[in-house]
Structures are given as C-alpha cells and as structure tokens.
Write a protein that binds this ligand. Sequence first.
Ligand SMILES: C[S@@+](CC[C@H](N)C(=O)[O-])C[C@H]1O[C@@H](n2cnc3c(N)ncnc32)[C@H](O)[C@@H]1O
Length: 205
Amino acid sequence: MGLYGEHVLPRIINVSCAMKATEPLRRRVCAGLAGDVVEIGFGSGLNIPFYPDSIAQVAAVEPVDLGWKLAGKRLGETSVPVRRSGLDGQSLPLADDSFDTALSTWTLCTIPDVAAALRELRRVLKPGGTLHFVEHGLAPDEPVRRWQRRLEPIQKRVFGGCHLTRPVVELLTAAGFTIAELDVFYQDGAPKVVGADSLGIAASS
Ligand SMILES: C[S@@+](CC[C@H](N)C(=O)[O-])C[C@H]1O[C@@H](n2cnc3c(N)ncnc32)[C@H](O)[C@@H]1O
C-alpha cells in the first residue's frame, strides 16, 4: 500500500470524513443496527458515536492499521464491544449466516472488487439480515456524471482507489440484495462529484 496509503491517507480520511455534515447521515444510517454487526471499511471508527444500544457487538473490517489506531479514543468511549475481525471486505474470515446487520459508510467506492465484497456480506449475513449503507457514487444528473468520469482517474490516484462513478443501487441489487429503504441526494457541503450519496437499507435473502 505504501507510505502514503498507510500513513498519510488515513489521516486525511479521518479529518475529511469527520465533517459535521456527515454526522446526521451517520446517525440515520446507524439507526436500527442491531445484534451482531459487521462493519466493512471501519476506517478510524467515525461511526462509533452513532452505534445504537441495540448492537450486541461489532466485527470491524479494515485493512489500514493506522485507521484502527486513530479509532482508539472512540473505542475507549463506547460500551459496544468492537473487535477488529478482518482486513479485507473481499474475503471475510467470518462464518456463514453469523451476523444480524451490516454497515458500510463511504467504503464501496474504494474496495477494488466491490461485487466480491457484497457477495461476502450476503454470505455472512443471516437470511433476512440487512446492510445499512451510505455511499457516494454515480450522480443522478448527466452534467455531474460527465465531471465524475473526467475526474475519476485523479480521485483514484489521490484517494486510494476511490471511484466516483460506481452505481451503488445497481451493485447492491446485482449482488442479490433487495432495497428496503433508499434516499438519494447531494451531500451538504461536498462538491457534487463526490457528494452524490445513496443512503438506505438493503435486505439479504
Ligand atoms: C473513505 S474511507 C471511509 C471510512 C469509514 N467507513 C467512514 O465512514 O469514515 C474508506 C475505507 O475503506 C477502507 N478499505 C479500503 N479497501 C478495503 C477493503 N478491501 N476492505 C475493507 N475496507 C477497505 C479504507 O482503508 C478506508 O478506511
């Protein structure tokens, strides 16, 4: 991953993803998480303050060691048990049918083989389990999409493989999830090219 990916980018993400404008979105996406939860792309644990009491424990999946270290204070302040349980969403070292709910926030943009990650989430979720997601992706409007296509190569280089044009809902349905709740919007305070968000709940069968 290199010096930049391991030591610089996680700090940039820790600050940029902690923007005040993300807090209401984190609160919304975490509402209803319950039981045993798997969170992919745990990052620096910015969702921890929004974990509801209905969570029994969280299995955190994150490749970057520094992210886990930057999460230290938040981990110390929560009563929810959180265990680092994997390094790669594309290959989860977790048993089939073992989680009630899953969480992914601004992570499906970055995982190289996103279809594999969604397959893995479906495998580890119990039948009827749900994935709570807020993800940026392909914008609803063509002029914004044009800019997304132009800027994606730069975005990928600077932000550790982050794509701008992934069609979030299409990817979820192609993976066999059923969309149960969905809100599509441009995130306040973010340029439209990186702020075309889809927030919702997808059910696994
Ligand atoms: C933009 S950050 C979002 C972090 C966090 N979810 C948040 O909302 O603040 C994307 C995260 O995905 C992680 N990531 C990258 N590749 C991954 C993979 N293959 N499996 C799981 N997480 C991955 C990155 O290390 C980073 O922490």
